[in-house]
Design a protein around this ligand. Structure first.
Ligand code: NDP
Length: 588
């Protein structure tokens, strides 16, 4: 029986197939017939290697460099890159080109060799890993100005690889049962049935004279009282008017982030125009004496009508998703009908150029929220016989108006959010966008109609300061990331430091994103608090939004961290080491 050089459990360096890169691996087993070792890389990938491709750790220890790679080509690459820190010592262009060319040669050769040896599943993983191990370990913290120059040269060549990777990972692999989010099927069932019920209970609680939690449950209306066909017609009309505005050929057309097959969808940015046109219509209606109090009086009926509309829409979305090719499915879809109905099966459902998800994200619900707030302001004046709205109502209306106008003004930013790039369009987003946002986010204004709260000017000033602090963090962080994603070579961002990742996109490790992970969530939360404070401290109900939003963002942050770890692997871990602070550090 031929002898083996390495024992099971031994930690050694294994050559990445087809390349000259060596990584730390653990020996799992040895097959005496094929003479192959099964090894496990740090990220969990298992491969079979020949003995020649394995070296003891000691053979790498004499190196002084902090680099994790021991490959000769990496060492070369590192030297030339570190030299380039000083402009005077920057290597000639060809040197950089040849490092890059050798990188490409490595990649191509590795791909050829591995394609022969590995199963498609392993190959897919290899595609991601091989890139990530090469690039992401080049952890650069030097000013981006220099970095950009180097990367511009590499990027052309890397584009080829990235595109190939995209094509290769074309098939959307359904996620396994254990990866289902939101508590899997029981969780999403609970959310789908529980949230609408909860929403109604909350509104009914708020309608009570004393909305204290001790008065739970509130008196329930008969079901038939909640339905009014005319109200449903108004909702439908609202949706159609917004759809019409969306179709207007005004506003810039931009491309979204690349899809899994390399395509980029086009999106028209005219949400802000839609808002202006809507304001003009509402203004005209007010001038003509249209009775907006109707909306306040039928608020529960409007909520039910919007919920029914959203359920019908979700059924339509699910049915149409059954006919689309697999490449058009969302990465979040699982193959389980109930779960997919909730999370959305199709990533970008479109009727012609009409993108249903993108449209619903910012138009009917978000603009609807502002209109509902206005309705509440008018209702407050009418019910409390005021000549002018209360300061509390003005604060709530202005704070939230700023939020909506900001979102519409920066409409393009929505194209890089999880909603657009990861989640499908199903019940979750339909209900969130079309019911939850307009009817729950307007809750503070709804509360103030029947529960007035006097706010002094000094208190109002503090609330304004708080709101502005939150806004600066929120806007600064979102704009910085969006500008970076849009144009990583933007000279205005040249001072920022970054980490390379395997996907071709880099991660910011300075600026807002170097201060804390998800700084945008922090700003959003501060603003949420500022929206609730004008309602005073008599009841907990107006603070529901802050509590709910904290829970949403905790969960969202966990989801995003998980997705980013999957997307960026080692590079994400390095980002986490570099920026260890998170806004919810001890919650999960
Ligand atoms: P983010 O805008 O925070 O986007 C997360 C993505 O940003 C990640 O998946 C990653 O995507 C990228 N990213 C993360 N870290 C970095 C980094 N260091 N450098 C560069 N890119 C990074 O996610 P959301 O979609 O959750 O939120 C968008 C905004 O919407 C937030 O301000 C949030 O508060 C707000 N929001 C508001 C809600 C509300 O109801 N009011 C609900 C949900 C969100 P990639 O690398 O692929 O680009």
């Amino acid at each position: 029986m031929p002898s083996r050089k390495f024992a099971d459990g031994e930690v050694v360096r294994g050559r990445w197939p087809g390349s000259s890169l060596y990584y730390e691996v653990e020996i799992l087993s040895h097959d005496s017939t094929s003479q192959l070792y099964t090894v496990k890389y740090k990220d969990g990938t298992e491969l079979e290697l020949k003995e020649n491709d394995i070296k003891p750790l000691t053979s790498f220890r004499q190196r002084k460099s902090g680099s994790t790679s021991s490959s000769p080509s990496r060492r070369r690459g590192n030297r030339s890159r570190s030299r380039s820190r000083s402009p005077g010592r920057r290597p000639p262009k060809d040197a950089r080109r040849s490092a890059s060319a050798s990188h490409q040669a490595d990649i191509k050769e590795a791909r050829r060799e591995v394609e022969v040896k590995l199963t498609p599943l392993v190959l897919e993983k290899f595609n991601l890993l091989q890139e990530s191990s090469y690039i992401s370990t080049q952890y650069s913290l030097r000013p981006r100005r220099e970095e950009i120059r180097l990367k511009e040269m590499d990027s052309k060549e890397e584009k080829f690889v990235t595109k190939e990777l995209a094509v290769r990972t074309f098939e959307v692999t359904p996620i396994r049962a254990k990866d289902l989010e939101f508590g899997g099927v029981p969780g999403v069932l609970l959310i789908m049935f529980g949230l609408p019920v909860f929403l109604f209970l909350l509104l009914l609680m708020c309608k009570q004279k004393d909305p204290s939690l001790l008065n739970f449950p509130p008196p329930l209306p008969a079901l038939y009282e909640l339905w009014e066909t005319r109200v449903f017609g108004v909702c439908l009309l609202w949706f159609l008017i917004q759809a019409l505005f969306y179709l207007l050929p005004i506003g810039k057309v931009v491309e979204g982030t690349p899809l899994i097959d390399g395509r980029r969808l086009k999106y028209r940015l005219n949400g802000f125009y839609a808002f202006i046109l809507t304001s003009a219509i509402i203004g005209t209606c007010l001038f003509q004496g249209v009775e907006f109090h109707y909306v306040y009086r039928h608020f529960l009926q409007f909520t039910l009508a919007a919920t029914v509309f959203c359920v019908v829409l979700s059924v339509y979305l699910y049915m149409r998703s059954l006919k689309v090719p697999r490449k058009d499915l969302s990465p979040a879809s699982s193959g389980n009908a109930v779960y997919d109905f909730f999370i959305g099966r199709e990533l970008n459902p479109r009727i012609g150029t009409f993108d249903l998800k993108y449209f619903c994200e910012l138009r009917p619900g978000l603009i609807g929220w502002v209109v509902i707030n206005l309705v509440m302001l008018l209702a407050e004046m009418k019910i409390q016989s005021r000549a002018v709205p209360s300061l509390a109502m003005i604060l709530v209306n202005s704070f939230q108006l700023l939020y909506v106008v900001d979102a519409l003004w920066n409409e393009e930013a929505v194209l890089t959010t999880m909603d657009i790039i990861h989640d499908g369009f199903g019940f979750m987003l339909a209900f969130g966008d079309l019911v939850w946002v307009p009817f729950i986010y307007s809750f503070q204004a709804f509360y103030l109609v029947s529960h007035p709260n006097e706010v002094s000017w000094p208190m109002a000033s503090l609330m304004i300061v708080l709101k502005l602090c939150g806004y600066v963090i929120f806007r600064g962080a979102n704009s910085q990331k969006n500008a970076f994603r849009k144009n990583p070579s933007d000279p205005k961002l040249a001072h920022l430091k970054t980490i390379h990742t395997s996907t071709g996109k880099n991660l910011l490790v300075s600026g807002w994103w170097g201060f804390v992970r998800h700084p945008n969530y922090l700003g959003d939360l501060i603003m949420a608090l500022a929206w609730s404070l004008p309602c005073g401290f008599n009841h907990i109900l107006p603070y529901f939004y802050v509590v709910y939003f904290t829970m949403l963002l905790v969960h969202r942050e966990a989801r995003d961290e998980y997705q980013c770890k999957k997307k960026y692997g080692v590079a994400w871990e390095k980002y986490c080491q570099r920026v260890p602070y998170r806004i919810f550090p001890y919650i999960y």
